[in-house]
Design a protein around this ligand. Structure first.
Ligand SMILES: NC(=O)C1=CN([C@@H]2O[C@H](COP(=O)(O)OP(=O)(O)OC[C@H]3O[C@@H](n4cnc5c(N)ncnc54)[C@H](O)[C@@H]3O)[C@@H](O)[C@H]2O)[C@H](O)CC1
Length: 468
């Protein structure tokens, strides 16, 4: 996993105090982009660099100098240049013979160095025209630091540069991981600014997860039996399919036993047990998926609220005042897995504040942190294109989800994976992180069409993860 920061200003300042000047940082920023281009594009290819008036533009001008002669470099400066660093970089570039180009033509590589971290107001007409044009080009699109149109505070403007790759300077930034930015960021790579990234970064309590972080349930001992791997009890309600999907996922992910707790007769697959109450040896619970109003309050009070077993609350449980009372229990492993609409409901129950889904989406990090401030002991997993997971003071971003997961049943699989890990004795935060990673990576591995994946396909992919 990698550290993530709200802004790099303080990190840059710390460098200056160590005599690592803006000029040094900028040279490395440009060298990082140069290396990326030289690795992916042979000399002779054309590179269009659109450079703005500030330091983001200066990065672009520096890149022009580094590529000039070997590549067909076209440098466009639509706003002229305003501050010290771009002036200095332009002098250096001009001295080598680089001239500005007035026309904006397609190229093999298009570099957006218009505005980076300094974007502080809506794009004007000139920028809008430029970005429309750059987006229409066929060349490979690189955003320098952060695509123009994505502000450092995470605001996505109505139009943004549509990057294939974002080469972000020094450290990963939160703005790159808002759901709304996911379609314009492309692949993200970090560029080191003249020192180890660990020295540049310092401390952070926010992290972006990588595929290598995924830990699968371990079965490294031979002298075991089904009881060694826990017993997941999944409350199954009006839509029994949701419980069956979650139960199948829980079993596939290693739970020694899985029981569907249900008050009606159902046709469950043979590997799932069913019962009308929670089995005595259950080691974790999951409730909410397809639940409806299936159980009496008294029953829920006895078997869910008073049980104190580790628990996943999903879907309908997140709009139940009774079930949400669980989050006050500080001695319990609790995972909440809302999607944004469910978050709106749970937030209303917990605080009385009525939010729109669009508001939650626009400030996902802030909302998760606000929830965490009230309930630090609860693991909150806010689903989305980039899933956010937080417990105590640490926030983890899982950016590995993909559109194949946008289908009914995916959330039930996730609840099943998490309750399975809880049942096997993993702490809530680990169960949420590794369940979420397993879900996302399994979806990526699915080989069918992007629109075709069923919950059962996803579970089949989970079953193969260890072999990948
Ligand atoms: N600071 C460092 O040591 C390093 C910075 N790097 C790069 O620098 C940019 C951030 O540079 P900064 O000068 O602060 O901001 P910008 O270049 O993004 O833009 C500032 C410039 O733009 C004007 N402006 C802002 N919004 C708009 C708008 N909507 N329309 C028109 N004009 C706008 C603003 O007034 C200023 O004039 C960072 O992203 C890195 O790329 C180096 O990489 C490393 C060292």
């Amino acid at each position: 996993m990698q550290k993530v920061f709200k802004s790099c200003d303080k990190l840059d300042q710390k460098c200056y105090e160590s005599y690592i000047t803006e000029d040094i940082l900028m040279e490395h920023a440009a060298m990082g982009m140069e290396k990326y281009i030289r690795t992916h594009f042979a000399p002779g290819n054309s590179v269009l660099i659109v450079a703005g008036p500030g330091n983001n533009g200066a990065d672009g001008i520096t890149l022009a100098r580094l590529l000039y002669h070997d590549y067909e470099v076209k440098l466009h400066l639509p706003y002229g240049i305003k501050s010290l660093m771009p002036k200095l970089q332009l002098k250096r570039a001009n001295a080598l013979g680089i001239e500005e180009t007035e026309e904006l033509e397609d190229a093999d590589v298009i570099v957006d160095a218009l505005f980076g971290a300094g974007l502080n107001r809506l794009l004007d007409d000139l920028s809008i025209q430029l970005i429309h044009k750059m987006n229409s080009f066929k060349g490979h699109k690189i955003a320098c630091d952060i695509p123009t149109g994505v502000a450092e505070d995470g605001t996505l403007m109505p139009l943004a540069f549509n990057a294939d790759t974002t080469l972000t300077m020094g450290a990963y930034k939160e703005a790159l991981y808002l759901d709304e930015s996911k379609d314009v960021i492309g692949k993200v790579e970090r560029i080191n600014l003249g020192m180890s990234s660990q020295l540049y970064e310092g401390e952070s309590d926010t992290f972006v997860l990588e595929p290598e972080d995924m830990k699968l349930p371990t079965r490294d001992k031979e002298a075991t039996h089904k009881g060694t791997f826990g017993h997941a009890a999944i409350f199954t309600g009006e839509k029994e399919g949701a419980g069956i999907i979650a139960g199948t996922a829980a079993t596939r992910f290693g739970a020694g036993l899985t029981t569907l707790v249900i008050h009606e007769k159902i046709m469950a697959p043979p590997y799932l047990m069913h019962a009308t109450t929670v089995p005595d040896n259950a080691s974790a619970l999951a409730i909410g998926m397809g639940l409806g109003g299936h159980f009496e309050e008294e029953f829920l009070q006895k078997y869910v609220i008073n049980s104190h077993l580790p628990i996943v609350l999903d879907a309908d449980a997140l709009s139940s005042m009774l079930l949400l009372s669980i989050i006050e229990q500080r001695d319990r492993e609790i995972v909440l897995t809302p999607h944004p609409k469910e978050f709106v409901l749970l937030w209303m129950i917990l605080t009385g504040e009525v939010l729109k889904v669009s508001e939650v989406q626009a400030k996902r990090f802030e909302m998760v942190r606000m929830f965490n401030h009230k309930y630090p002991h609860v693991t909150l997993l806010l689903k989305g294109a980039n899933t956010l997971i937080m417990q105590e003071e640490n926030l983890y971003i899982n950016p590995l989800g993909c559109t194949k997961l946008s289908k009914g049943g995916s959330g039930d699989v996730l609840s099943g994976l998490i309750v399975s890990l809880l049942a096997q004795g993993y702490p809530a935060i680990d169960a949420a992180i590794h369940g979420s990673l397993a879900l996302a990576i399994a979806a990526q591995n699915y080989q069918g069409a992007s629109y075709a994946m069923l919950a059962t396909d996803l579970i089949d992919e989970v079953a193969k993860l260890e072999l990948c």
